[in-house]
Unconditional design. Sequence first.
Length: 180
Amino acid sequence: MKKHKLKILILLLLCTSTLSAQTPEYEVKAVFLERFTRFIEWPADSSISDTSTPFIIGVMGDNPFDHSLEELYKNYKIMNKNVRIKYFSTPKQITECNLLYISESEKDKLNSILEKINNKPILAVSDSDGFAEEGIHINLYVKNNKVRYEINESTLTKSGFTAWAQLLSSAKIVNPVEKK
């Protein structure tokens, strides 16, 4: 029961992440990356449960996080795995990672990036206008000085991920999955 209450509290924090002068936008967004992993199940055939390998966060293109990712995750685990940050400048460089943040600088390469990670258990996250409609799984945005997110439910499902109802209920849904 305590675990359930903790998850609800984390979800509430996710929904009310107000930006302030003390907390830069990309520090808040860096925290969101980890928070998403708490409410998403990776495909069964992925190696996500292998705790001997690190949880790899990839950043494709310009790095808006500065050093926030390294600072935040240097002594932190995601899904009981040590965290490693990798940076990519071309779609050909994308290697195995668990979560890939795609920068707005990659707008012209977005289709080739999505093709490269298609059918792989890589959660695609961005914060660029229109990227969710193009196939990004989760897209962050700021509204009323709060960080919010939208989920392309159809693409997420086709990629083999399962989002918990709590995560979906707080999201703006793009391309919803038809309920049977």
